[in-house]
Design a protein around this ligand. Structure first.
Ligand code: PEP
Ligand code: MN
Length: 266
């Protein structure tokens, strides 16, 4: 039902040059905080993750929070702060769209549009990102089957946008006590057999605990991931969202060195 071509690449244009993801290119790394909190933290984090070897800065402006009373993201002003971090470092920017009404503002700064797990089957949003001339990262819904995920990606492809990256971020299983989600690394060989699309793994949301992120990042690389997404915060204890799963810049720097031992990173 879904199109299955040759293992392919998505080329992301960034101020630092074109970054290819997929097709046996070296593994690219997306790093940064869950939420953009203020200019100093996002620019500082961008500098630190760039120095450690990341090609992309992630950071949420619009946050899909379980509680309506939790920090919702700074919205449009955070997009301006991402632009400042991009200007300072040349890193490619990845940020999430939750509402199609924000899409035009988001594509002005984002080099990759993120569709989050909670919107994986928001079909009207998928059609709208599919109409944009910008790569799209589609995260796996927390209870989505592989077929549902691939068909969601297909909505974007069918709308005319061939530049789709799949991101595994952990699924719901019966034990949520020790890890936030169950990171399904078996998607790497499974998806490789089913689809041509590049595959990113997000061990931060996948485990929910910073101590478990490095080993799962290394396992992802060993199992053939095309790209990694890692949450990094300058002071995880004070983060406005997802502090417990965020690495410090120092720990992230060590991780990129550890990854280089396992496989080829950019
Ligand atoms: C995120 O990347 O911060 C995020 C909200 O991810 P997910 O959609 O995977 O929960
Ligand atoms: Mn997060």
């Amino acid at each position: 039902e879904y199109r299955h071509g040759e293992y392919s690449e998505v080329i992301v244009s960034t101020p630092n040059g074109n970054i290819p993801i997929g097709k046996n290119h070296p593994v690219s790394i997306v790093a940064g905080p869950c939420s953009v909190e203020n200019e100093e933290m996002i620019v500082e984090t961008a500098r630190r993750v760039k120095a450690a070897g990341a090609q992309f800065l992630r950071g949420g402006a619009y946050k899909p929070r379980t509680s309506p009373y939790a920090f919702q993201g700074h919205g449009e002003s955070a997009l301006g702060l991402l632009a400042a971090a991009k200007e300072a470092t040349g890193l490619g920017i990845i940020t999430e769209v939750m509402d199609a009404a924000d899409l035009d503002k988001i594509v002005e700064v984002a080099d990759v549009i993120q569709v989050g797990a909670r919107n994986m089957q928001n079909f009207s949003l998928l059609k709208k990102v599919g109409a944009k001339d910008k790569p799209v990262l589609i995260k796996r819904g927390m209870s989505a089957t592989i077929d549902e995920w691939l068909m969601a990606a297909e909505y974007i492809l069918a709308a005319g946008n061939p530049n789709v990256i799949l991101c595994e971020r952990g699924i719901r299983t019966f034990d949520g006590k020790y890890t936030r989600n169950t990171l399904d690394l078996s998607v790497l060989p499974v998806l490789r057999a089913l689809t041509h699309l590049p595959i990113m793994i997000d061990p931060s949301h996948g485990t929910g605990k910073s101590d478990y992120v490095p080993s799962m990042a290394m396992a992802s690389l060993a199992a053939g991931a095309d790209s990694l997404m890692i949450e990094v915060h300058p002071n995880p204890a004070k983060a406005l969202s997802d502090g417990p799963q965020s690495l410090t810049p120092e720990r992230f720097d060590r991780l990129t060195q550890e990854l280089a031992v396992i496989g080829k990173t950019i």
